[in-house]
Design a binder for this molecule. Structure first.
Ligand SMILES: NC(=O)c1ccc[n+]([C@@H]2O[C@H](COP(=O)([O-])OP(=O)(O)OC[C@H]3O[C@@H](n4cnc5c(N)ncnc54)[C@H](O)[C@@H]3O)[C@@H](O)[C@H]2O)c1
Length: 668
């Protein structure tokens, strides 16, 4: 059977062969055994809904075994045997360029070179799912291969509800992931309802088919490390010879050593999982691997002395690194943490003094003891970090809920007022005021031809557009523009592509629209061979309401509301997005955030030009308008500029209150 025939077949009438367990693959940890017996029956009934009754006898014990041993029903038997990767768009069956492009993106999200736990359909972040099970994957690919541009596929947390009639200006796919009645949005609710097969945690770009491997995050991380470097720079000096200590070599965290190298510092990144260490090392994302703390100290001292630009993976626990460097008096300039603390009880954070394997067993067999160990470990980590910051280290939370979980653990992490944390989040200090408030965010594109020559052409187009804009850009955004021009110029030599031919840079509304228009024109003229998918990470100006991350620098109380993200996805959907998605929990954890995104296919047509202009303008300025209403000066500056550029835009601006009036009124 050809690849196209297989996709069109969906769930085959005859059962495929059972698949042996492949231990070479990085598998998801066993999930918590949380269901009662009756709920397990319900989970099995739910799973069997996808299959003809004649197969139930065979599948029932198999699915029960998956539920008992893995904590979820992944339907491993149905994993296709063809290779999983983003193929050139013409190789997909279908009636629509748009749906073929979506298939391309889905297969990229599940490519074993890209995905963290590919067999469990997890792209990154430990639990960021594209689908809950393989039956859903097979059905979705079939629907996409069959549908026309007058239909819309409706996705409920990985489950394809069906294709419904719509129109050619409507999105082809509408994705919701993990949308819950608010009172059912605690961590264990995810465990339970995901095990029942009725919801999933889509992270950000996992469940919205927009993940482009670690490159997506290398750029944001480079910008963060560079700007953190600017914050600690005393006399305008750069990061040469300075030490950055952090943790995690997983999906996103794996970008840190590479970003450290691009930013020009010495990076030490601890990782407990050897498979993750090995993946990043073999991909060239980290230079050296060290498993002995004494050797690590010696190597760091040498790197400091020689002012090397080098990245070192420490295979072991991050707590040991903070404590050892404290004991040995190694000065750390920049510090952060990228363990997956948005998911602390199911493999996101490994406690110190327990082996990786024992921790994996304990989190399933004795979850309450595991929780205790995590808390003790976080207290020790915080204590060591506090010792370093007392000597001058600049520590920032990397949006992984480190400060939040450390506070829940009772660690010494609160500021004197007992309300704030001792340390800023990277959004409060860096990304918020320097990027998001000006509209700069993670714009990305994918060349569906899979040709690197097309990617090179688009790099050049984007660079030319940015250079032109920079000539008349206000001083406030010159630094951003310069960083991104430098980035795009060296993107190819930094060899950032893993999986699809994708590129990312940070641009504001003007930059995004002008680059997209130039791409569309290049496709029309045949300079770029096939269609281009535009998108972005949800970690952006407007897409995400997350009080400890994307909206951490909103100080009018509205950081605990989610109107912006919901408005964003609704607004994108009727302004021309090819697909839209809205998620509960991306990045910082279930119940802690609402985040959304879009995908847009450019095919060189006039319609695409109209769509990109309308949608990208809204997609950025929605967030700037909200940030300006929250009284953020940079956003007020940007939205006024946007109103000058677009007469149809009229935004409500805030009047600022003189604090002395309030002080007088509330004088004790
Ligand atoms: N990179 C970014 O720009 C960015 C932005 C916002 C948030 N984040 C957050 O960063 C976190 C990490 O994301 P990810 O995709 O890399 O997740 P991931 O789960 O793929 O990787 C985390 C890694 O940390 C390792 N780890 C856990 N505990 C450890 C410990 N005590 N010592 C050493 N290693 C340990 C795990 O083995 C895992 O490989 C997430 O919470 C994510 O939301 C990242």
């Amino acid at each position: 059977m050809t690849f196209k025939e297989e996709l069109l077949q969906g769930i085959a009438d005859d059962l495929p062969k059972l698949k042996p367990y492949n231990s070479e693959i990085n598998h998801a940890p066993k999930r918590k055994d949380i269901l009662t017996e009756d709920e397990k029956k319900l989970a099995l009934k739910n799973a069997l809904r996808y299959f003809d009754e004649k197969h139930h006898n065979t599948l029932l014990p198999e699915f029960k075994n998956e539920l008992d041993t893995l904590g979820r029903i992944y339907m491993h038997r149905f994993r296709p045997e063809y290779e999983m990767y983003a193929r050139p768009i013409d190789q997909y069956p279908g009636k629509s360029v748009q749906t073929k492009a979506i298939m391309h993106m889905i297969q990229n999200n599940l490519n074993p070179d890209v995905a963290q736990h590919p067999h469990e359909l997890i792209t990154y972040g430990g639990n960021g799912a594209v689908f809950q099970n393989w039956a859903q994957y097979l059905l979705v690919m079939k629907y996409l291969a069959e549908m026309t541009d007058e239909q819309t596929l409706i996705m409920y947390s990985g489950h394809p509800l069906g294709i419904f009639p719509s129109n050619k200006n409507a999105p082809r796919v509408v994705v919701t992931n993990g949308m819950m009645i608010p009172n059912y949005s605690k961590q264990d609710d995810w465990e339970k309802f995901n095990a029942l097969g009725v919801t999933q945690y889509g992270q950000m770009t996992a469940g919205s088919y927009m993940y482009i491997g670690p490159q997506g995050i290398v750029h944001g991380t480079t910008i963060t490390v560079l700007n953190a470097g600017r914050k600690i720079s005393k006399n305008g000096e750069d990061l040469t010879g300075k030490l950055f200590v952090t943790s995690g070599l997983g999906g996103m965290s794996g970008a840190q050593p590479k970003a450290g190298n691009i930013a020009g510092c010495i990076t030490v990144c601890a990782e407990v999982n050897f498979k993750a260490v090995n993946t990043r090392h073999s991909q060239g994302w980290v230079d050296e691997v060290i498993s002995d703390l004494d050797k690590l100290v010696t190597r760091v001292e040498k790197a400091k002395k020689n002012k090397e630009v080098v990245s070192l993976a420490y295979h072991g626990n991050i707590v040991d690194v903070w404590e050892k460097f404290d004991a040995e008096n190694i000065y750390i300039d920049l510090g952060s943490d990228q363990t997956s603390l948005h998911n602390p009880w199911a493999g996101g954070y490994y406690p110190v003094d327990i082996s990786f394997e024992d921790a994996n067993d304990m989190m399933v067999q004795n979850p309450s003891l595991f929780k205790e160990k995590v808390y003790t470990s976080l207290c020790r980590q915080t204590k060591a970090i506090n010792n370093h910051t007392a000597r001058g280290t600049y520590f920032f939370d990397y949006g992984n809920a480190f400060l939040l979980e450390a506070s829940r653990a009772g660690a010494d992490i609160m500021a004197e007022n007992g309300i704030d944390f001792k340390y800023p989040s990277y959004v409060q200090d860096i990304m918020g005021p320097m990027c998001f408030d000006y509209g700069f965010g993670p714009f990305r594109w994918v060349c569906t031809s899979t040709k690197s020559s097309d990617l090179a052409k688009t790099d050049k187009i984007a660079c030319d557009v940015l250079e032109k804009i920079m000539l008349s850009a206000p001083t406030e955004i010159q630094q951003q523009m310069a960083d991104n021009i430098k980035w795009i110029k060296s993107a190819q030599e930094n060899n950032l592509v893993v999986g699809s031919q994708a590129r990312i840079l940070y641009a504001d509304a003007e930059g995004r629209i002008k680059i997209a228009k130039a791409f569309n024109k290049a496709i029309k003229k045949g300079e770029v061979s096939k269609s281009i998918v535009l998108g972005r990470d949800h970690h952006d100006v407007s897409g995400t309401d997350s009080p400890y991350r994307e909206t951490a620098n909103i100080y009018d109380g509205s950081q605990f509301t989610a109107d912006m993200a919901i408005q964003n996805v609704i607004g994108d959907s009727f302004r021309g997005a090819t697909w839209v998605s809205i998620h509960n929990g991306g990045g910082v954890g279930w119940g802690e955030v609402i985040n959304g995104g879009f995908g847009m296919v450019l095919d060189g047509t006039k319609e695409a030009k109209k769509r990109l202009k309308a949608m990208l303008f809204w997609d950025v300025n929605n967030g700037i308008a909200r940030r300006s209403w929250a009284r953020n000066d940079e956003a007020i500056f940007s939205i006024k500029r946007a109103m000058e550029m677009e007469p149809k835009l009229k935004v409500t601006l805030p009047n600022k209150v003189n604090n002395s009036l309030l002080d007088k009124l509330f004088k004790k």
